[in-house]
Design a protein around this ligand. Structure first.
Ligand SMILES: Cc1cc2nc3c(=O)[nH]c(=O)nc-3n(C[C@H](O)[C@H](O)[C@H](O)COP(=O)(O)O)c2cc1C
Length: 331
């Protein structure tokens, strides 16, 4: 007999570390975020790649890093490199590391994009016993998935997803529109690479991802945190090729040059042209060129973080508040 659901939930929370079970939590932050830096090690001097890397595919885990032309060549047998996720404040603690092996280079009209396949990953901000418990728990989940015929997520891909979101990731809304039909859906496996390029990963088995391949141009809107719930609800549109714009719970206006419908609440609107797409596994990886950017206003943006980082932020800000209080009491 199965234990009651509430008991299982409480046990899971206790074992994994509250709120470690939640993979994604919302956070308001001004963009670009400055809390966590991502450093590339293993190619000479470490490089800050915070704002020039992106997840290219979550299963298997692939990463894209952009390089200005002229960096040393890499080949399949080049030594591995690694991404270090480092807190910018305080002790500059390394929160996590992802080891990578060079896979290929994608030429663009701008920067050189290199693709790397993850070979190992560790959340260094978790105590060793917690890491063990989490891997046992996820091994059990995989076993259950195998038994019921559901797709299993490899342990490495799971750990990479945890570490990726130790760095706050913004969520944007993608707008597609062509010949009177289109869609609007959220995206957070993405990033700007170089001054004029943008990359993103879309699930190859979902209709929205397939529809993007038929649109050469589209728009992305950054969104204020207060619209987080509305934007999350748009997640269902990943299952659709097109939607009825008249039934959206927000008003729209045409983007400046392409006339693609974008939300009135958009903070910044970028119009893009797809340059190429690569199938990498669960997701297709798209490379687009930025045609134009229009900033309407600035406000804290909708970001997502992993529960592990959310718990750490909470602990650190409580410790800071306590130390301030102790200082005030001592005066
Ligand atoms: C905030 C948010 C961001 C998302 N970002 C991506 C993304 O970058 N790439 C992608 O393929 N799907 C993305 N999705 C889609 C989800 O992974 C999922 O497919 C969608 O929400 C439908 O969920 P369901 O399959 O549980 O119905 C996102 C969804 C949400 C709500």
């Amino acid at each position: 007999m199965k234990p009651p659901r509430n008991f299982r939930k409480a046990l899971r929370s206790r074992l994994l570390g509250h709120p470690g079970y939640s993979t994604a939590l919302d956070l308001p932050l001004h963009s670009p975020q400055t809390e966590v830096a991502v450093w590339l090690h293993g190619m000479g001097e470490p490089r800050d790649v915070t704002h020039c890397h992106s997840v290219a595919c979550p299963m298997p885990a692939f990463f894209c890093i952009s390089f200005e032309k002229g960096v040393p060549e890499q080949s399949l047998d080049s030594p591995g490199v690694s991404l270090h996720f480092v807190e910018r404040a305080g002790q500059r603690q390394v929160l996590g590391k992802i080891d990578l092996q060079y896979h290929s280079t994608v030429a663009t009209s701008g920067p050189e994009l290199r693709l790397y396949r993850a070979t190992d990953c560790i959340s260094t901000c978790l105590p060793r016993h917690r890491r063990w418990i989490r891997s046992l728990y996820f091994a059990h989940e995989r076993w259950q998935a195998r038994r019921s015929g559901r797709p299993q997520i490899l342990s490495l891909d799971n750990r990479c997803n945890e570490v990726v979101f130790l760095c706050p990731r913004p969520v944007v809304l993608v707008s597609l529109f062509q010949a009177g039909a289109g869609n609007i859906f959220p995206l957070n496996l993405m990033g700007r690479v170089g001054e004029h390029h943008f990359v993103f990963a879309l699930n190859a088995s979902k209709k929205a991802g397939a529809a993007v391949s038929n649109h050469s141009q589209f728009a992305i809107s950054t969104v204020p945190f207060e619209q987080a719930q509305v934007v999350r609800d748009m997640g269902a549109h990943h299952h659709q090729t097109s939607i009825d714009f008249a039934h959206l719970p927000f008003s729209l206006h045409p983007s400046p040059s392409l006339g693609i419908p974008v939300p009135d609440f958009a903070l910044t609107v970028r119009e893009l042209q797809i340059e190429s797409a690569l199938p990498l596994g669960s997701h297709n990886f798209f490379i687009a060129r930025i045609l134009g950017t229009q900033t309407q206003t600035s406000a804290p943006e909708f970001h997502r973080i992993h529960g592990i980082y959310a718990a750490r932020r909470e602990r650190l800000s409580k410790a800071y508040r306590d130390s301030q209080r102790a200082g005030a009491d001592g005066q």
